[in-house]
Design a protein around this ligand. Structure first.
Ligand code: NAD
Length: 524
């Protein structure tokens, strides 16, 4: 069996990675058709941008109803095409995106409310400033395969609520789920071409970038992110990049070890370790390392690995042969470098599909290649530290910075350490799950990305701010207008000295000079 796709044909064939069975076939969209889709999206944008937040909200809530009605079949499809357990299709894709839909349907108007800007002493001159937000146009969404439903659907909902139209290019590993997203919007009665789905691999994604949408929301590897940023630069298209991770979990000696062990197992093995925010490095205080490891190994041993369709499956199949080979390479690296495999460390011999056993590794350290490169598989390497400074240094010793977690009963210490970790999200006594909280921003430091999705910060990526400035007492010329004269220069010196101090008291000293200048301007 193989889940490697024959992308050279004009059809994408999608396989179930757990069984090798064909899930379906999708025609590839040509570059010309991708361009035409963006043009159609731009035409319908002229209509969609004029809808009120209330109208958009009603459309999104209808789409939410469609999803709720079909959720069992959709969960099954997500599991079939990605290999993840149906439990995770509900808990990590459908439930979070339903929550995101209601949140942005109900709150986007408030989040993008025009706001007054404080302009300091300029207000004394009768000026006001406010900021309003305009939609961008067409938003191109290029997601990865690991959360093939919730990531593109959530981004589309936010883009639409902000007044944009959307073209989605799903991953070539999950094309049927991609089409399902389009179908949900269609069934909800969205205007034709408001949400379009184009299908294909990297070339189709590149065609979407080339077609110059007004924004690209990309989720995927650092290598592809760099290519997209370079291609987008030709048209000055702005890009949000959600890239890889190598997320650390720090467990202090005073942590609740039972909970920390459970969190480590879930954080490392959910979605078969194929989450950008998977726990990929665990640093535990040396005094409790043995106890924590024992608990983690026990919990790992109890996990059932099987096809995603079974409700008792905790660890499903991996998405592709390519991904499983990276895991094998990293386990080899750990072994060769002297780490110990406590459990797992091989493909599951009892299963035929792309199953790699959940693997716990001890005696790992940051000099090992596999502790630096993203694995994206069900592996949990454990290293130890002696001091708080050590833990922070080890956690930050990475090119990535997506999420991190700190485990301790001392919340002051937890917050102190969290704020020193170079990552877009740091949790104290929690792990991985905040992508599921659509209200909070998501994005990385360092090579984990640029820009944000989710939260108000994510919404602001999908609009352009416009500053409206009004002079409410437009009766006299501005003193800085032409012509320039010695009186003008003296006034500007006064501006530099007094007005620019921001102090009313200082600025009062400028009044005689201002009066002189105004009289001069009136005469000319
Ligand atoms: P990938 O970079 O191979 O592909 C991602 C998407 O880009 C796919 O849809 C692909 O078809 C498309 N693509 C490939 N080449 C392209 C090109 N030249 N131009 C335009 N589009 C192109 O990544 P992947 O293997 O699908 O996903 C795994 C990666 O995604 C991991 O590194 C993971 O950490 C990351 N990821 C990050 C987040 C996050 O929020 N930061 C979330 C999920 C996954």
């Amino acid at each position: 069996m193989s889940a490697v796709l024959p992308v050279q044909t004009d059809e994408i064939i999608s396989f179930n990675p757990a069984t090798g069975a064909e899930v379906g076939r999708v025609p590839q969209t040509s570059a010309d058709d991708v361009k035409a889709a963006v043009e159609r999206g731009r035409a319908v944008f002229q209509i969609w941008k004029k809808t009120s937040f209330k109208e958009r909200s009603a459309y999104i809530m209808r789409a939410r109803e469609v999803l709720l009605t079909e959720m069992d079949a959709i969960a099954r499809l997500i599991s079939d095409e990605s290999g993840k357990p149906v439990a995770e299709a509900f808990s990590m894709e459908i439930a979070p995106v339903l929550d995101l839909m209601q949140y942005f349907a109900r709150n986007t108007e408030k989040l993008l409310k025009p706001a007054k800007i404080g302009i300091g002493l300029y207000a004394l001159l009768g000026r006001t400033s406010k900021i309003i937000y305009h939609p961008l146009g067409v938003v191109g969404i290029i997601p990865a395969w690991n959360y093939p439903f919730s990531i593109p659907l959530g981004e589309a909902v936010m883009a639409l609520m902000a007044g944009n139209t959307v073209v989605i290019k799903p991953s070539e590993l999950t094309p049927i789920i991609g089409l399902k997203i389009g179908e949900i919007f269609e069934k909800a009665g969205f205007p034709v071409d408001c949400v379009q789905v184009v299908s294909g691999g990297g070339a189709t994604g590149a065609a979407l970038v080339e077609a110059a949408p007004d924004k690209i929301m990309f989720t995927g590897s650092v290598a592809t992110g760099k290519k997209i940023a370079a291609a987008a630069a030709k048209n000055l298209t702005s890009v949000v990049l959600e890239l890889g991770g190598k997320d650390p979990m720090i467990v202090f000696a005073d942590a609740n070890l039972e909970l920390a062990a459970g969190a480590a197992v879930w954080g490392a093995f959910c979605n078969a370790g194929q989450s950008c925010s998977s726990v990929e490095r665990l640093y535990v205080h040396e005094s409790v390392a043995d106890e924590l490891t024992r608990k983690i190994v026990e919990k790992t041993r109890a996990l059932q690995q099987d096809g995603g369709d079974k409700e008792t499956t905790s660890v499903g199949a991996m998405s592709s042969e390519k991904q499983i080979k990276i895991v094998e390479d990293h386990i080899e690296d750990f072994r060769a470098a002297g780490a110990n495999i406590e459990i797992g460390g091989r493909r599951n011999p009892a299963l035929e599909g792309l199953f790699y056993e959940p693997t716990v590794i001890t005696n790992a350290n940051n000099d090992m290649r596999a502790m630096q490169e993203e694995t994206f598989g069900p592996t949990l390497p454990i290293a130890t530290f002696a001091t708080e400074e050590d833990a922070i240094r080890l956690a930050n010793d990475s090119e990535f910075g997506l999420t991190a977690s700190v485990w301790t009963r001392d919340l002051a210490k937890g917050k102190r350490v969290a704020e020193r970790i170079e990552a877009g999200t740091v949790c104290v006594n929690e792990v991985l799950y905040t992508h599921g909280i659509g209200q909070t921003p998501w994005g990385g430091f360092k090579n984990s990305g640029r820009g944000r999705t989710h939260g108000r910060e994510g919404l602001l990526e999908l609009v352009q701010p416009q500053h409206i400035h009004i002079n409410k007492v437009s009766l006299v010329p501005d003193v800085w207008w032409m012509p320039y004269t010695p009186t003008a220069v003296e006034t500007f010196r006064g501006f530099a000295k007094y007005f620019a101090s921001g102090s009313v008291f200082q600025t009062a000293k400028l009044l005689p000079q201002l009066w002189k200048r105004l009289k001069e301007l009136k005469k000319k």
